[in-house]
Design a protein around this ligand. Structure first.
Ligand code: GLY
Length: 356
């Protein structure tokens, strides 16, 4: 049953349809947007094994021609080789501008498929069907697409909005607890940056998945509509991400995105009082521990600083970080990178409380 339809007004306007057990009706939502066309599904090995054939059958039974391109599950797949292989596959299969792509999976699949859609024939339509909590509340919404390159995560990409996001929360029933928890880090992020009421709901587990996904998507929609191309306000969505991306990179992606964002949110919360803002770190630790996050940081201030220098969010000698003013209220603080280094050294001392 559809729980909520959320409309996004951006350079391309589209609906985000959220509900439980709604996958069987997907063809009815696609056809008005594409007409009868060919649909190429990009998915990963895990999602394919669980739901790949089901989606192909649903689409073909409804009269679409559907193909499937499967990549190995994992962040390492968000790479230039897979991008080119997928583009070649589309060209060999003679996909045209009136056909469309479907991203069926988590953030890796969504980012890779979105970038492929932006590039193939200079742009074809694509649909996001997120299968992880993280993709549902963050990466499938807002049109950021990317691949990783050896110099860093998401360093090559484009802003390119989908024509539809179709989120069936029942697909998340099969997620491992670790992957589900990754998404919880992003959900907690929304509570800290903009919604104290959401934060309080998250303190009472288990939460109603459809409500929480819808609320996070509404918050993201409101931010994206004001700053689609990430020149200001959208930076708030990066709470915990500047430090989190550094940890992910230093661990060679052994620390997952959500786990790294949890550590990054705590580092940002520890930094806030050093910048004259309030201290919500203890409150945040309590919630993150409630969700089972390991908040240890195995890296020195020097290592984190070096990793941050290649961050997209750096502009010249300055970097903007997101710091909490209170639960539900974060602010963007632009600092010279040297000042950030000093702050990191003050936080990550020998007796940092969550040093592993
Ligand atoms: N994931 C942050 C953004 O979409 O801006």
């Amino acid at each position: 049953m559809i729980y909520k339809t959320i409309h996004v007004e951006a350079s391309r306007s589209y609906d985000i349809i959220i509900g439980r057990d709604i996958l069987p009706q997907i063809a009815g939502s696609i056809r008005p947007l594409t007409g009868d066309c060919r649909l190429c599904i990009l998915t990963d090995s895990t999602v394919d094994a669980l739901y790949g054939d089901k989606l192909v059958d649903l689409l073909t039974d409804a009269g679409f021609a559907a193909d499937k391109f499967v990549i190995p599950a994992g962040e390492a797949s968000k790479c230039a080789d897979n991008l080119l292989d997928f583009l070649n596959f589309l060209a060999e299969c003679k996909y045209t501008r009136s056909d469309a792509l479907i991203a069926f999976g988590g953030g890796v699949v969504g980012d890779l498929c979105g970038l492929s859609a932006a590039l193939y024939l200079r742009g074809v339509k694509y649909i996001q069907i997120p299968t992880t909590l993280l993709a549902a509340v963050d990466s499938s919404v807002g049109g950021k697409t990317a691949i990783d390159i050896p110099a860093g995560k998401n360093l090559v990409g484009a802003f390119y909005q989908p024509v539809l996001v179709y989120c069936d929360t029942a697909l998340m029933d099969t997620l491992s607890p670790e992957i589900y928890r990754d998404g919880c880090a992003e959900v907690i992020k929304y509570g800290v940056i903009l919604d104290k009421q959401l934060y309080e709901i998250l303190q009472r587990q288990p939460f109603e998945r459809e409500y929480v996904v819808s609320r996070c998507v509404e918050i993201k929609r409101d931010v994206v509509q004001q700053d689609e191309f990430d020149n200001g306000l959208r930076g708030l969505l990066n709470f915990g991400h500047t430090f989190g991306h550094a940890v992910e990179k230093l661990s060679d992606f052994a620390v997952s995105h959500g786990a790294a964002v949890a550590k990054g949110m705590l580092l940002a919360a520890r930094m806030a009082p050093l910048c004259g803002l309030c201290n919500v770190a203890d409150e945040l630790v309590e919630l993150l521990h409630q969700y089972g996050f390991d908040l240890s940081v195995d890296y020195s201030a020097d290592e984190i600083y070096e990793a941050i220098l290649s961050d997209k969010k750096r502009r010249g000698g300055d970097i903007t970080v997101v710091l909490p003013r209170a639960i539900g209220n974060c602010t963007l603080v632009t600092l010279p990178v040297e000042r950030l280094y000093e702050l990191l050294k003050q936080i990550l001392t020998e007796d940092y409380e969550y040093k592993a």
